[in-house]
Design a binder for this molecule. Structure first.
Ligand code: YH5
Length: 270
């Protein structure tokens, strides 16, 4: 059981995390929350409400584009997109609010406004992030990424991707414990698509039980990702059937939380 800002999250059965992307340029759900070139908070709230009704235990709010080659977003712009939504969801919906950020100041502010989980694709490696996360008292998802979004998909290499991801995550768990974030506050994520070829992603899916062996709940994000596009020749809008199959496979191999753009379908599949 994870304690997320007063709400408990039972990770002994599979849970679904719905993605709410507040960036204008995402490939997976590009700018669908925008009207007249600015983020429409009512549209974002409607999306969140629909996800909760469909069975999402968590909604994940992101304001930084991690798409390969995306322009970096300023910290101020990221906060401006994410924080108003955190505040409104906390006031209006019964759900754990996760914030997809590597930015320590945003972690602190989001926690103050009612966030219940910190989701960091950089596993708290940015200066000040571990300290900021520790001080919130919130659980944290530590994700593996090789490189940085701009360049991570340029020919990533591993001798043994499962061992390297496992060792990285184990070292981040140790850093968190040393910095005051106990194991009971941690989830781990292999980071599908973050500095991995299709073959690496498939090896990680197959090796998920070895990552589960670290003894912490696993979160996986496979929804609409390029590996599906590359394997099947599907555009992001055509990736749902394969995404559901991958979600089921991941849960069979030990995943506790599935991050998805398609909550209702994923809940049905699981
Ligand atoms: C994740 O796996 N992913 S943002 C490219 C796509 C489709 C989707 C090309 N944040 C994860 O969703 N946090 C993101 O098509 C995440 N785990 C965790 N913990 C990327 C994304 C996406 C990228």
């Amino acid at each position: 059981m994870l304690v997320c800002a007063g709400r408990s999250l039972d990770v002994s059965r599979p849970q679904v995390m719905g993605v709410i992307n507040t960036t204008p340029d995402s490939f997976s759900d590009g700018g669908t929350l925008y009207r007249a070139a600015s983020l429409d908070i009512d549209l974002a709230m409607a999306r969140a409400r629909e996800m909760v009704a469909a069975g999402a235990a968590i909604v994940d709010i992101g304001g930084e584009s991690t798409r390969p080659g995306a322009a970096p977003v300023s910290a101020a712009e990221e906060a401006e997109r994410v924080l108003p939504l955190v505040e409104r969801i906390a006031a209006e919906l019964d759900v754990v609010i996760s914030v997809d950020t590597s930015n320590p100041a945003l972690m602190t502010e989001a926690a103050r406004l009612g966030a219940g989980l910190l989701n960091d694709v950089r596993a708290l490696t940015r200066a000040g992030a571990l300290e900021a996360a520790a001080a919130t008292g919130l659980p944290v998802c530590l994700m593996h990424m090789r490189g940085e979004p701009g360049s991570m998909q340029r020919d990533p290499q591993y001798a043994d991707v499962v061992v390297e991801v496992r060792d990285f995550l184990a070292s981040r768990v140790a850093a968190c414990e040393a910095g005051g974030i106990g194991r009971e506050r941690l989830l781990l994520d292999p980071g599908f698509g973050f500095g991995k070829s299709v073959a690496h992603n498939l090896l990680l899916l197959k090796g998920l039980p070895q990552l589960a062996g670290l003894g912490l709940p696993l979160l996986v994000g496979l929804s609409r990702k390029s590996m599906i596009g590359k394997l099947l020749g599907r555009e992001p809008g055509e990736r749902l059937p394969a995404g559901l199959a991958l979600a089921v496979m991941a849960v069979e191999r030990g995943a506790a939380v599935v991050r998805t753009h398609d909550v209702a379908a994923t809940v049905d599949a699981l």
